[in-house]
Structures are given as structure tokens and as C-alpha cells.
Ligand binder design. Structure first.
Ligand SMILES: [Zn+2]
Ligand SMILES: [Zn+2]
Length: 450
């Protein structure tokens, strides 16, 4: 999950306001037979899955450097009986079981960790340091819980391989690198994920989150946002701070741009649509009495609909350029707006698939534990799998990872619990893993049942 400083707040809102909301869709109670069999397998595999989680947690690797992690996923899938292809889109791993006629389901995990030094103090905390892509020595931590995802993924692979007589079709387990940098899914697709392998009829994924263990949350339609990173280079003519008339001051220009950008969401985006334009970085100048000749702005832009995304990005260009013109800059000196290619597109849960899968969840963990979420302004490159043409229905859900008592206590006291990307993020891993495997396996079995 990519950049979501405020995600925790969203989760609190979701849980507060929607804890008791239930889908009006009828629940099919006729087939509960998978649950007891899945639970039995989870119990028998639990020790080994816990050990796998601890191992993954202690040995995180940064985006596009998942050398050992990907080999572990390869080994797990191979041991579970999958036919393996290694190295799809750099460190991607694809495991396939062809089990008779029927649909093809893809289940995806991500594998990368973050450049964060862990501060949980847990006995199994990560002490790993690595070089990031700029060559800086950084602490590395699974602060987004992709270690939980991989453990649930492995458990799900084992369950579904063991219950092969219960389903018919093709199961495609995909371990994806580089989610945090937004390049992993694109790389796997570019390397033929949907052409060299069976093209999925459905793709499923989950993400751990700061809601109570034993619960999951999701929704039909948009669930995660378009994330665009934008750089603006504001040029000027530098000079002495005491003689501004001989300069074009880029600090004043940049300030005007920052203020003008605030009108995009307030004046140009319809009030019933969500969007965010945040200037997260502004850098320019060295000294009190020097007017610099450059100021650099860095923005993050969040949206859902394609047209709104395009309009916002166009407005950023128009406003920046317009302010340069108003200042009397020549064409060649106008602000340069660059949309960075680390952008991620909004994640859309196919409504029909969402209803089917959430009904499976209700049977598996009880309807009171299936929460109707609201869309958040974080991003996920799982969205890429749903953007290929012709469209593949995709679905992602939040998996509760916080001890319920701790969660309720925090609600009462107003204490802020650590969220994703925090150096203190510490999932209550055993119940989280169990619920993850139960829900994901149930969803696949219901979609592929004979
Ligand atoms: Zn993340
Ligand atoms: Zn994540």
C-alpha cells in the first residue's frame, strides 16, 4: 500500500460509522461445508505458518530487491504442489495448479518492505539494513504488513492444494515485487503475466489494516485512489535580496502557485467527488539575502475517476504556467510541471464479484465481522490487474490486524494506535493470519466449487 499517512483515521471512521451496516444481499447458507475443512487445515499448518511469518518479518527486503523473499515464495508454492515460474517481471513468482475445467482465479500477494527502522521492540523485530535505490543505508521493515500477506498467501495455497477435490478450474498464485514503488504489477504484466499464463477470470488480493482481528472490510466500486506524484520546477531570475526589481523571485511565484493549487479541489472538483492536492515539499534558496533562481515543489494528488484525475493534473499545469506568465516570465522560463511515472491508478472492486466474495466472507467469519468500508485515498498497484483490456474483475479487502481489546481500549481512551507505514506497526499475527486464510480460501472455493 502506497503512502497513506491518514489511513488510520479513515479506518476509525469506517469502524465507528459502519460497524453495524450489512449488505442487503442475501447470504447463501446452503453451503458451509468448506469452513470446517479449511479451519482444520489451518490448525495443522499453523505452527509452520507462524514460523514463516516470523522469518519473513525478520528478513524484509526493499522494493525491487526481493531476492531472498521471492525465493521463499517460490519454495512455498513448489512445496504446496504448484507449477512454478520464477522471475516474471524481475522477482515475480507465478504458481499454477490446473485442476480440471472451470474458471481461472488469480490470488496476489506483494513481497516488498519499506525503508523504515523498526521500533516495535518485538523479540522478532527486523534489524535489517539495506541500500535504497539512491544508495542510502536505511533500516528495513515490513511496516505495511506484506509479510502477513505472504503468510496468508502461503496458507491459502496449502489449503486450496489440499482441498483439490472440492474445486475445479485453474488457480494462479502470484507473488509480486515492488508494490510500494508502484512498478511491480506493471512489470509482471509487461512480462506476459496474462499472456504466458492462463488469463484469470477473477483476481483477488487483501491488505492488512488497523481494524480488529477477526473482521474484514471492503466495498464494491472504488476502494483505493489514483495516486499521482507531481514535481514543479519554478524558475526565476536570481539576484540580491536587496534589489528585487532586478530579479524574478521564484519563492514568491512558488508561494502563489501553492495557494492557487488550493482552489482546484475547492472550486473545480464537484462537491460529491473526493480528491486531494497536497504540496508535501517546497525547497529553494540558501541565504537571507539571496533571491534564488529555482524553487522545487513536490505534490501528491489523489482522485478516483479518470476524468477528475485528468482535470486536476491539467489544472496544475495551467495554474503553474499561468502564474509564470502573470509574473512576466518568458515562455522558456515558465514553471515546468512533471507527472512522475511512479503513479498508481485507482483500485476498483467489481461490484458483482464484490457481492459474491463478501457473501463468502459472511459465511466464513459471520456477517457481523464483514464491514462495509469507505474508499480511502491511499493507492495500491493491484489496480493494474483490473485495468487491462478486456477487463478482468478484481477485488481487494482489508484484513483486521489489531487485537480487538486493544482496539476498543484505544477507542475509549482516544489513544492513537500505530497504523500502516509506522515503525510501530505490529499486527496481532496469529488471528490475522487465520482470518486471512479462512476468508481468502473460502472466496476461491466458492468461486471454483464443483
Ligand atoms: Zn504500503
Ligand atoms: Zn501495502
Amino acid at each position: 500500500m502506497k503512502r497513506k499517512p491518514f489511513i488510520q483515521i479513515y479506518f476509525l471512521l469506517i469502524v465507528f460509522s459502519l460497524m453495524n451496516v450489512q449488505s442487503s444481499a442475501a447470504i447463501d447458507e446452503s453451503n458451509n461445508s468448506f469452513k470446517s475443512e479449511i479451519v482444520k487445515i489451518i490448525s495443522s499448518e499453523l505452527q509452520s505458518l507462524k514460523a514463516l511469518y516470523i522469518n519473513l518479518h525478520k528478513t524484509p527486503e526493499l522494493s525491487s530487491q526481493e531476492i531472498n523473499t521471492s525465493r521463499k515464495m517460490e519454495k512455498e508454492l513448489k512445496n504446496a504442489g504448484f507449477e512454478i515460474t520464477y522471475g516474471v517481471g524481475n522477482y515475480g513468482v507465478v504458481g499454477i495448479i490446473k485442476n480440471g475445467p472451470g474458471k481461472t482465479i488469480m490470488v496476489r500477494t506483494d513481497m516488498d518492505a519499506l525503508p523504515i527502522t523498526e521500533k516495535t521492540g518485538l523479540p522478532y523485530k527486523s534489524n535489517v539494513r539495506m541500500k535504497d535505490s539512491s544508495g542510502n543505508d536505511v533500516g528495513v521493515m515490513h511496516a505495511c504488513g506484506h509479510d502477513i500477506h505472504m503468510t496468508v498467501f502461503t496458507g491459502t495455497a496449502r489449503v486450496l492444494a489440499k482441498l483439490k477435490d472440492k474445486w475445479s478450474g485453474t488457480l494462479m498464485m502470484v507473488a509480486q515485487p515492488a508494490e510500494e514503488t508502484g512498478v511491480g504489477a506493471k512489470a509482471m504484466l509487461a512480462d506476459g503475466l496474462f499472456t504466458r499464463f492462463p488469463r484469470p477470470d477473477y483476481a483477488l488480493a487483501l491488505h492488512d489494516g488497523p481494524i480488529p482481528t477477526g473482521t474484514i472490510a471492503s466495498k464494491p466500486g472504488y476502494i483505493l485512489a489514483n495516486v499521482d506524484s507531481v514535481n514543479i520546477e519554478v524558475k526565476g531570475i536570481g539576484g540580491h535580496g536587496a534589489a528585487p526589481e532586478t530579479t524574478k523571485d521564484p519563492i514568491v511565484l512558488a508561494s502563489q502557485i501553492v495557494m492557487a493549487l488550493q482552489t482546484i479541489v475547492s472550486r473545480e472538483v464537484p462537491p460529491n467527488k473526493k480528491a486531494v492536492v497536497t504540496v508535501g515539499s517546497i525547497h529553494g534558496g540558501t541565504k537571507h539575502n539571496i533571491i534564488p533562481d529555482r524553487v522545487y515543489l513536490k505534490l501528491t494528488v489523489r482522485s478516483y475517476e479518470k476524468e477528475i484525475r485528468k482535470n486536476i493534473l491539467d489544472s496544475i499545469k495551467r495554474i503553474s504556467k499561468g502564474i509564470g506568465i502573470a509574473a512576466g516570465l518568458k515562455e522558456k522560463d515558465l514553471p515546468v510541471v512533471t507527472i512522475m511515472n511512479e503513479s498508481v491508478s485507482a483500485t476498483y472492486n467489481d461490484p458483482e464479484l464484490a457481492e459474491k466474495v463478501m457473501n463468502s466472507f459472511k459465511k466464513a467469519i459471520g456477517k457481523e465481522n464483514v464491514i462495509l468500508a469507505e474508499a480511502v485515498t491511499a493507492g495500491e498497484d493491484f489496480s493494474e490487474y483490473g485495468r487491462v483490456e478486456p477487463k478482468i474483475p478484481t477485488f481487494i479487502y482489508w484484513l483486521g490486524a489489531v487485537n480487538p481489546e486493544k482496539f476498543m481500549e484505544a477507542q475509549r481512551s482516544g489513544e492513537k494506535l500505530p497504523g500502516l507505514h509506522s515503525p510501530f506497526w505490529a499486527p496481532d499475527y496469529e488471528p490475522t493470519i487465520k482470518t486471512g486464510i479462512l476468508t481468502m480460501s473460502s472466496a476461491v472455493l466458492d468461486l471454483l466449487k464443483k
